[in-house]
Design a protein around this ligand. Structure first.
Ligand code: AMP
Length: 284
């Protein structure tokens, strides 16, 4: 696996592959890689000849007081993991390359509508960080296909919207959420949890399962189910940030007549904010 540090370098490598008629896949990551990230690299192999993954802890994802400073940084270990998963190129740009005018002085890509829901309500800066970095990465890598995890469902929908709105010739492929045996979704932030918190963390996934079971009957009452889920999360000592049932494409509040519904929740466990979701096909 090749390690590339510059925008110019990654673009040249990508265009060289494309000139040979090869298809290029891109997986955007913030590093601190785990099985969820690596599953996207594996999936990327099914969609392309060359797989490029970024390892870039994007400062504009984080607001003042959030966990940018303590977010795990382990670029060498990440490269080892990427190579093991079959990645061809790890692109590890320095912050100055991505933000040559400085963080805060950069072009901002703001996608109002979808970014105002769910995580966007309590982290209003967040999706501007996502759309800005993803577009910058797309311009550098020029991929044919980009893979995003369903774990960050809203991010996936926002990136689909970005590509559609800007008519970018990039296919977006979603990868399923990869979980620990007890249901907790892999997340770089799980490393923040104490052993005692880690034992309570699966309650978020369990609350989603509760809703899934309850949602299948056509008679389900959405508000009651969401409240039951909030209680389940609360009874595990977690503080609910939000728990909502939404439409899978618009992220509008789901209605009882929607055949497919996404249940999405975010909760604080101590100082750690966890998010998770499940897509529920009510016709099954
Ligand atoms: P991040 O490094 O957190 O920005 O995540 C990079 C990519 O990995 C995003 O597309 C995430 O949705 C995806 N991802 C993170 N955790 C998981 C997981 N547990 N399962 C599948 N994909 C994931």
């Amino acid at each position: 696996m090749e390690r590339i540090y510059t925008i110019d370098g990654v673009r040249k490598a990508s265009l060289a592959a494309k000139t040979k008629g090869q298809r290029v896949a891109f997986v955007s990551t913030m590093g601190a890689l785990h099985k969820g990230h690596l599953s996207l690299v594996t999936l990327a192999r099914d969609h392309a000849d060359v797989v490029i993954a970024s390892v870039f802890l994007n400062p504009t994802h984080f607001a003042e007081g959030e966990d940018y400073d303590r977010y795990p940084r382990q670029a060498d270990e990440d490269c080892r993991l990427l190579e093991g998963a079959g990645c061809d190129i790890a692109w590890i740009p320095p912050v100055e390359d991505i933000y040559p005018f400085g963080v805060g002085e950069h072009v901002r890509v703001h996608f109002d509508r979808l970014g105002a829901y769910l995580c966007g309500k309590t982290r209003p800066h967040f999706f501007e960080g996502v759309t800005t970095i993803v577009l910058k990465e797309f311009i550098a890598v020029v991929p044919d296909v980009a893979l995003f995890g369903e774990k960050d469902f809203q991010q996936l929908v926002v990136c689909r919207g970005l590509v559609k709105d800007l008519s970018l010739p990039i296919e977006i492929v979603a990868g399923p959420t990869i979980r620990e045996d007890d249901g907790l979704a892999f997340s770089s932030r799980n490393t923040y949890l104490t052993a005692e918190e880690r034992a309570r963390a699966p309650a978020l996934f369990q609350s989603l399962q509760l809703v899934k079971q309850g949602l299948i009957p056509q008679t389900a009452n959405f508000a009651d189910l969401a409240n039951a889920a909030r209680q389940k999360i609360g009874s595990a000592g977690m503080t609910v940030d939000y728990f909502e049932l939404v439409h899978p494409e618009t992220l509008d509040p789901a209605t009882e007549s929607d055949p497919v519904v996404v249940a999405a929740g975010a909760a604080f466990l101590g100082a750690t904010r966890l998010i998770d979701n499940v897509t529920i096909d009510r016709s099954l």
